[in-house]
Design a protein around this ligand. Structure first.
Ligand code: 5GP
Ligand code: ZN
Length: 113
């Protein structure tokens, strides 16, 4: 997707602080962090939502997203962490390239608002 900011980051056309990459996903530092540690894990291929990945039967990609998110969360979130997927407009999704948030480094609250 030529106009997708996360596709541009994956392609190296837009700079980002990349901290992880494998065959399926990359992880970057969120440019507007909502916690002392705020990472984003995204598929290298463009999917609009997590639902699109699951419905396309891309089980390896879905697994890679969760595996990378969990690995990174355990590395940065010694006292605990939160893994979030905002989906759709009402779900708070603002970038239409599927991604998993990893938040850590402060006390999380519930409900999340
Ligand atoms: P969403 O609101 O879709 O769940 O999450 C999108 C996230 O992407 C936001 O937390 C936002 O700060 C982050 N973001 C948007 N544009 C960029 C960018 O160009 N670079 C980085 N590193 N993060 C971005
Ligand atoms: Zn994209």
């Amino acid at each position: 997707m030529s106009d997708c900011i996360f596709c541009k980051i994956v392609a190296g056309e837009v700079p980002a602080e990349e901290i992880y990459r494998d065959d399926d996903v990359i992880a970057i530092v969120d440019v507007n962090p909502q916690a002392p540690k705020h990472l984003l894990v995204l598929p290298r291929k463009h999917y609009a939502t997590l639902a699109e990945i699951v419905e396309s039967k891309e089980h390896r990609v879905a697994g890679s997203l969760l595996r990378a998110a969990t690995k990174l969360a355990r590395e940065v979130g010694g006292q605990g962490y939160r893994i979030v997927v905002n989906s759709g407009e009402q779900g708070g999704q603002t970038v239409d390239h599927a991604h998993v948030h990893v938040l850590a480094g402060r006390q999380m609250h519930w409900p999340p608002g």
